[in-house]
Design a protein around this ligand. Structure first.
Ligand code: TYM
Length: 335
């Protein structure tokens, strides 16, 4: 039986942090042998907020190199850059015309990011989820592994696909495959180090709020040393202790232990004992990724070959789906 198809992506805005890793990439790596995977670097999404043209290409390569460094295996997975395949932009336009505006206005992430942008908020930011739907639907993806914050965008993708099929296809021969989200319970929402009630985010102005995958051991130690805690003695997973719960969760995930084992190990600890333990664990978990990253990023030709081959393979699926969509919409073939 053919393997189910997986598609996911990360934006090349700033550094990848532990939220991106534990909420998404690590899960891609763990499950990759079960699926036929497509992982893209979503650089078209990166310009929905102000960006620096001087660093976009290098940031895109960094993310692709980090996919490999985290363990994405080309035997099971295809890695490519979203902007290298023009079908993404084209399908986004076609889907724009079947997506009601009020579906986009309801998106929580748009509302949150739009507040920060004020008058300068772009149409692209509003349209971000339609481009994301195009990314997914172009590959007939069965599953989309993401963190909790993307759940609403995946529901929208499902709604857009269903609406398109409803309007332009026979029920027996749908044009677009309706995908399922794949959101794990652990790590799906890694919180900020400076506020346990907010998610760890690339757009947080404070570097102290997140641990980046490429942070030096010193930077990791400093961030954990200064991170927000609470004055209660003995550590526990508890709804009333967001910072404590987040730090214990990070420790459990990075040391590959169950929450029950961590709860038992840390129940009598104070922060003075726990923080060095978490620091040591985080540094050790990131060390192999950082070493591998260094090797890959120094071999530019290798990375370029992977991205070129990835594009060639991904383009086949993308162009096939785009052709189906255009046919269903009634377009003629180019002469
Ligand atoms: P991005 O780059 O913001 O996030 C990449 C992935 O990291 C997850 N994530 C988190 N998980 C747990 N805790 C956190 N604090 C945390 N922060 C981020 C995100 O859920 C995501 O899985 N819109 C997507 C990019 C995208 C995409 C796609 C994803 C574009 N097209 C198609 C899947 C399929 C995003 O927000 O990326």
């Amino acid at each position: 039986m053919a393997k189910q198809r997986v598609l996911s992506g990360v934006q090349p805005t700033g550094n990848l942090h532990l939220g991106n890793y534990l909420g998404a990439i690590r899960n891609w790596v763990e499950a990759q042998s079960e699926y036929d995977n497509y992982f893209c670097v979503v650089d078209l999404h990166a310009i929905t907020v102000p960006h620096d043209p001087k660093t976009l290409a290098a940031d895109t390569e960094t993310i692709a190199a980090l996919y490999l460094a985290c363990g994405i295996d080309l035997q099971y997975s295809t890695i490519f850059v979203q902007s290298h395949i023009s079908a993404h932009s084209e399908l986004a336009w076609l889907l724009n015309c079947v997506t009601p505006l009020n579906w986009l206005e309801r998106m929580i992430q748009f509302k949150e990011k739009a507040v920060k942008q004020g008058e300068n908020v772009s149409v692209g930011l509003l349209d971000y989820p339609v481009l994301m739907a195009a990314d997914i639907l172009l590959y007939d993806a069965d599953r989309v592994p993401v963190g909790e914050d993307q759940k609403q965008h995946l529901e929208l993708t499902r709604d857009i696909a269903a609406r398109f099929n409803d309007q332009f296809a026979n029920p027996e021969t749908p044009v677009l495959k309706v995908p399922e989200p794949l959101i794990r319970s652990e790590g799906a929402r890694v919180m900020s180090l400076t506020d346990g009630t907010r998610k760890m985010s690339k757009s947080d102005p404070s570097e102290m709020s997140r641990i980046n995958l490429l942070d030096s051991p010193d930077a990791i130690a400093k961030k954990i040393k200064r991170c927000k805690t609470d004055p209660i003695r003995g550590l526990s997973f508890s709804r009333d202790r967001p910072e404590c719960t987040n730090l214990l969760t990070l420790y459990a995930l990075l040391s590959n232990q169950s929450t029950a084992a961590v709860a038992a190990e840390c129940q009598d600890m104070g922060w003075g004992q726990f923080k060095p333990l978490l620091t040591e664990t985080a540094i050790a978990a990131l060390k192999p990724i950082q070493e591998k990253y260094k090797e890959i990023i120094e071999e530019r030709d290798y990375l370029e070959t992977i991205l070129r081959e990835g594009r060639e393979k991904a383009e086949i699926s993308a162009n096939d789906v785009l052709g189906r969509v255009k046919k269903a919409l009634g377009y003629s073939k180019p002469l």
